[in-house]
Design a protein around this ligand. Structure first.
Ligand code: BES
Ligand code: ZN
Ligand code: ZN
Length: 498
């Protein structure tokens, strides 16, 4: 999809399809300095209102008018009250309009950018573009019908004020970098586990190697054995797919403002191992490498967003399968940190491979470390499927991430990292067990990880309930969501509008 900023005023546009954002009770927001256009749009939106369009956030109304003055089809997208409109309402409204345009087999869609109180033209343009890119994403690789493949080819943003053209162009390329990063991550997750293997993730990482500022090192199985990464090796033992540990680095041209290590869970399929999951539990387990996919998506965009910090991306990756070679309940793993773990549940594999990744991250002495993982089913019990969990050792870092989500629209909620639960992990034969008793599973998993971050300021994002969704909603398609890619990218490389 090609995205451009219109140089012509709304009145001269003559687009086959135009999106106009409308506030509840106060009418269309796009004037573009032209009175006659404003009057025409007001008339049209009154027609829409007469047919039941109320312009609540998320409402959409399509008006056909062959040979119409401004456009043949106007897609009125509701924003609700001008007082309460948030950037995420813009993303959702733009996503709905773009999806409707695709349904109508349109190739071209113009969007008249609204003025939003308290938000810059750049922030508005960025949110609208993100909505279009994320909202029209679908995993189409295995769809054969032409209808499923209908796609918008070009999207044209019409600034509310022609003087904003420059800011809007900057925002558009930023939104494209962010949107592509998310879609890149989504594609990796949606691709069946048969294809997205640890080796495949390593190939993706290697494809970044030639870019400016990037270095990529793949630690293969032999390297893992030499390094003593017993967590990753243990989890991988039951699978025919060899494990890898991926290390990517992005270094800015100037002296880095700080170094951030990112660690992502890369379990390319989680059957549970010998503690086998049931049919329902296993159904979406190709998504268990969402944390890893996020880091690859983030690295995909770093060169474009040019953060001032250095970023280390670490992905311990393996497939968790049952077989005659699989690790068993009762086995003791020798972890990279030097500690030993008695495995009391082979389905709690994520923390085992993350432990090696985190300890390696800690050894690099970053200023802060953030991990992302589809770690516990308990995250859904605690927060449902719209909110990711954050826990960690550095409150300031957690607060910065929480603040970032208020702009990215991705919901995050902090859970307590309560040490009292550590009693659960007492083992009779090794330093610790890998699994605690039932209850508070998200907290207990994070407590386990905490043993492997040393004194590095650390935040852990549990995206188990949010990384994959059954049905499309807002600007998220059914399947992988790529949740937290935008939040982390905006955090690493803040834009002018954030
Ligand atoms: N990958 C799962 C967590 C998960 C569950 C992600 C549902 C997405 C949706 C993880 O490896 C796992 O199986 N965790 C266990 C831990 C338990 C054995 C302590 C769980 O959550 O049941
Ligand atoms: Zn598991
Ligand atoms: Zn898992």
């Amino acid at each position: 999809m090609k995205c451009t900023v219109s140089r012509s005023a709304l009145g001269a546009l003559r687009a086959p399809a135009l999106t106009v954002f409308v506030y509840e009770k106060s009418g269309p927001t796009a004037q573009n300095g032209q009175k006659s256009v404003a009057t025409a749009l007001r008339g049209l939106s009154e027609t829409a209102a007469a047919d039941g369009f109320r312009a609540r956030a998320g409402d959409l109304f399509t008006l056909h008018q062959r040979g119409g003055k401004i456009a043949d089809r106007i897609l009125f997208a509701g924003l609700g009250s001008p007082k309460s409109v948030k950037l995420d309402d813009l993303r959702v409204a733009a996503a709905k309009a773009a999806r409707q345009a695709e349904k109508l087999q349109q190739k071209h869609l113009a969007l008249a950018l609204p003025a939003v109180e308290g938000e810059s033209a750049a922030a508005v343009a960025q949110a609208v573009t993100e909505g279009v890119i994320l909202g029209t994403y679908r995993f189409r690789r295995y769809k054969t019908s032409a209808e499923e493949r209908a796609r918008l080819a070009t999207v044209e943003l019409v600034p509310a004020d022609p003087a904003d053209g420059r800011a809007v162009r900057g925002a558009l390329s930023r939104a494209q970098a962010l949107g592509e990063a998310v879609c890149f991550a989504r594609d990796l997750v949606n691709e069946p586990a048969e294809h997205t293997t640890p080796t495949r993730l390593a190939e993706q990482a290697k494809s970044f190697a030639g870019r400016d500022g990037y270095t990529v090192t793949i630690h293969d199985k032999e390297d893992l054995e030499r390094l003593g990464m017993g967590g990753i090796l243990g989890v991988s033992r039951g699978s025919d797919q060899p494990p890898v540990f991926i290390e990517m680095r992005y270094t800015p041209p100037e002296k880095p403002s700080k170094t951030v290590a990112l660690v992502g869970k890369g379990v390319t399929f989680d059957s549970g191992g010998l503690n086998l999951k049931n049919a329902d539990g296993m159904l979406t387990m190709k998504d268990d490498m969402s944390g890893a996919a996020n880091i690859l998506g983030i690295f995909h965009a770093l060169g474009k967003l040019k953060p001032t910090c250095a970023v280390i991306g670490l992905i311990p990756s393996a497939e968790n399968m049952p077989s005659g070679k699989a690790y068993r309940p009762g086995d003791v793993l020798h972890m990279y940190s030097g500690s030993t773990v008695e495995v009391n549940n082979t389905d709690a594999e994520g923390r085992l491979l993350l432990a090696d990744g985190l300890w390696y991250g800690h050894e690099q002495h970053p200023d802060e470390m953030i991990d992302m993982a589809t770690l516990t089913g308990a995250a859904r019990q605690a927060l449902g499927d719209e909110i990711s969990a954050v826990l960690g050792t550095d409150q300031a870092l957690i607060d910065r991430l929480l603040a970032q989500t208020r702009r990215s629209g991705e919901s995050l909620w902090q859970l307590p990292l309560e040490e009292r639960y550590w009693d659960d992990f007492k083992s009779g034969v090794a330093d610790m067990l890998n699994t605690g008793k039932a209850g508070g599973g998200t907290i207990k998993a994070a407590l386990f990880l905490k043993r492997y971050v040393g004194d590095t300021p650390w935040a852990h994002l549990d995206i188990a309930s949010t990384a994959f969704r059954e049905k499309a909603k807002g600007y998220q398609a059914g399947g992988a969501t790529g949740v937290m890619v935008r939040t982390i990218l905006e955090y690493l490389a803040p834009g002018v509008s954030s």
